[in-house]
Ligand binder design. Structure first.
Ligand SMILES: Nc1nc2c(ncn2[C@@H]2O[C@H](COP(=O)(O)OP(=O)(O)OP(=O)(O)O)[C@@H](O)[C@H]2O)c(=O)[nH]1
Ligand SMILES: [Mg+2]
Length: 297
């Protein structure tokens, strides 16, 4: 049943399209690699679908030319198509205007598959006093993201820990390991709040507003993943077909499938005020469809 559903769905929206934005060195490429479980270079296509030589792209980026409309696809997970802002604070005003135009056009594209389905806005935490810069201000104030969910991604979050530790070092002398860890975690939270970055992103004056945020840490290490980003993105989508399309890119991520099935179903049951009139067949189907690659009889 679920397999048939997935097949139908793939005819409607074949690929989940993400725009990833953030200044240079924010950790964007690292996230894309994690999400697609690869360290390979992506293949690049222009907006007409013609493949572009990677060396041509590299030399044109070196010359300061970057085309945000180019599509990046990793062989390991062709269910995703990415657009990369490529460290946009380093770009010119013209490049920012191109991005604005691209977002506005693709947020409102008539065809669902041409639309951007989610925006991941990366802000690195390795310089906590520089979390909200001119690039963030301009993006959130000016970009017309329509109904596309923007997820704020605070990258390199572990960088706050040594700062907290440095501040508390003297006070923590003689404290138990558990107490030290608790106090450092508390201070990390305060440091994050003190940056004011979340409040500034959600300023009512902003045209774009993030739907949620996630923290990512140690993404440069092989034993980490960004499942929380995928989960947040799935829950931020307001279209069930898109949610299923994103889920279909996560074939082996059983934990995420279970979380989505449970969260979305529990929400629905609450909206229908309890289990009165519960139709088990319907609910079984509703659960099964999140496990896109499993055959359910
Ligand atoms: N400590 C730490 N380093 C990270 C993390 N994520 C990425 N990095 C490192 O940060 C550096 C920059 O990461 P990239 O993913 O290339 O950054 P980018 O945003 O794609 O940068 P541009 O392509 O220049 O715009 C690399 O050396 C990564 O290994 C993290 O969570 N923690
Ligand atoms: Mg990069």
């Amino acid at each position: 049943m679920a397999a048939i559903y997935a097949q139908d769905l793939r005819e409607i929206i074949e690929r989940f399209r993400v725009l990833i934005v953030g200044r240079a060195n924010a950790g964007k490429t690292t996230i894309l690699h994690k999400v697609c479980n690869t360290i390979d270079e992506p293949e690049i296509y222009d907006f007409r679908g013609n493949k572009i030589d990677a060396d041509v792209i590299k030399s044109s980026i070196k010359r300061g030319n970057h085309n945000i409309a180019n599509e990046m696809v990793f062989k390991s997970n062709p269910g995703f198509v990415f657009h990369d802002s490529c460290g946009f604070e380093a770009g010119s005003e013209e490049e920012f205007e191109d991005m604005k135009k691209f977002i506005s056009e693709r947020a409102h594209a008539t065809k669902l598959e041409e639309r951007i389905h989610a925006i991941w806005y990366c802000i690195p935490m390795d310089e906590p006093c520089r979390t909200f810069q001119r690039s963030e201000e301009k993006f959130f104030l000016e970009c017309d993201t329509g109904n596309v969910p923007v997820i704020a991604v605070f990258t390199k979050f572990e960088a706050l820990r040594p700062i907290a530790f440095g501040e508390l070092k003297k006070q923590l002398k003689g404290a138990s390991g558990e107490e030290r860890s608790k106090r450092i975690t508390q201070r990390v939270e305060e440091l994050f709040t003190d940056t004011g970055v979340w409040d500034r992103l959600c300023d009512p004056e902003n045209r774009a507003c993030p739907k949620s945020y996630v923290r990512l840490q140690n993404m440069n290490r092989p034993d980490t993943n960004c499942n929380n980003l995928l989960e947040s993105t799935t829950l931020a989508l307001d279209n069930e077909e898109l949610r299923l399309c994103l889920m279909s890119t996560q074939q082996s991520n059983l934990e995420l499938c279970i979380k989505c099935a449970v969260t979305i179903l529990v929400d629905r049951v609450h909206q229908q005020s309890g289990l009165l009139g519960f139709d088990y067949e319907v609910y079984q189907h509703d659960i099964a469809k999140w496990f896109v690659y499993l055959k359910v009889r």
